[in-house]
Design a protein around this ligand. Sequence first.
Ligand SMILES: NC(=O)c1ccc[n+]([C@@H]2O[C@H](COP(=O)([O-])OP(=O)(O)OC[C@H]3O[C@@H](n4cnc5c(N)ncnc54)[C@H](OP(=O)(O)O)[C@@H]3O)[C@@H](O)[C@H]2O)c1
Length: 275
Amino acid sequence: MTKKVALVTGASSGIGESAADELMKAGFTVYVAARRTDRMAPLGERGAHVLALDLTDDASMVAVVDQILAEQGRIDVLVNNAGYGSFGAIEDVPIEEGRRQFEVNLFALARLTQLVLPAMRAQKSGRIINVSSIGARFYEPFGGWYHATKYAVEGLSNCMRLEVAPFGVKVVLIAPAAIRSEWHGIAGDSLEEASGSTAYGKYARRARKMMDQAYKPSTSVGPEVVGEKIAKAATAKRPAAVYPVGKGARMIRSSVDFTPTAIYDAAIGRAYGSR
Ligand SMILES: NC(=O)c1ccc[n+]([C@@H]2O[C@H](COP(=O)([O-])OP(=O)(O)OC[C@H]3O[C@@H](n4cnc5c(N)ncnc54)[C@H](OP(=O)(O)O)[C@@H]3O)[C@@H](O)[C@H]2O)c1
């Protein structure tokens, strides 16, 4: 029987690396892609096909999908996992950086999806697995750009799920809570760089401490927990539309929906010292 083929973006670290391992365990031929190909060499030794990918470069995305289709003639699962957290007060973060955040977290996800859908429609089957966040519902000061991208990922995915269903293609959202990876350091550093010494400095430094707190072992989980969930989303006969994953993920997502905005704002504002 032909092996199913998966592409995992952002596999040089964290969730993407774990997802690639879990998909290989589940029997997929796995292509892994990121800018740092050296960091994916161990995955290559474990059987993955390693490709260079820069999500801010259209030609790079086209080349990756072309190579997979040329070598395998099919693509069954796209895991749009790559992304980063750009933090800082909206007043402080240069608009150019806001655009870059959307380029990587949203537009590249949409572009790769466009590139794989013709093959999936021809096969009459396929799965697009988009890594969102609890931050697509939950919100906090200094996370404006990041949260905006994840809200957008969910809006886009929900519409697309209905569009591609007639062609046998399923769209699944993965919504992680705090996961120990490189994400937290990159997000925290961006917050300090953007707002650590501006009018927002006092609150930004407090927010960084809260972020550090959230990534302690007692309140976070390792990336393998998400990797396993992604493999489940890729293999379940009837996958859920959304898989919350990590400590408190389900509760945090739904608590925002069921809490009046004024009460939510007061609680979060008090926690961050801005009210
Ligand atoms: N960790 C969390 O707490 C958490 C929670 C909710 C959601 N998420 C989401 O989960 C996903 C994976 O994050 P993670 O926690 O595994 O973070 P991570 O360890 O920082 O990994 C991020 C991956 O994205 C890739 N990437 C970043 N910019 C890229 C670009 N321009 N082109 C190609 N690849 C790029 C990185 O590869 P290169 O740098 O090598 O290119 C890396 O492999 C992200 O979408 C993140 O927003 C994470």
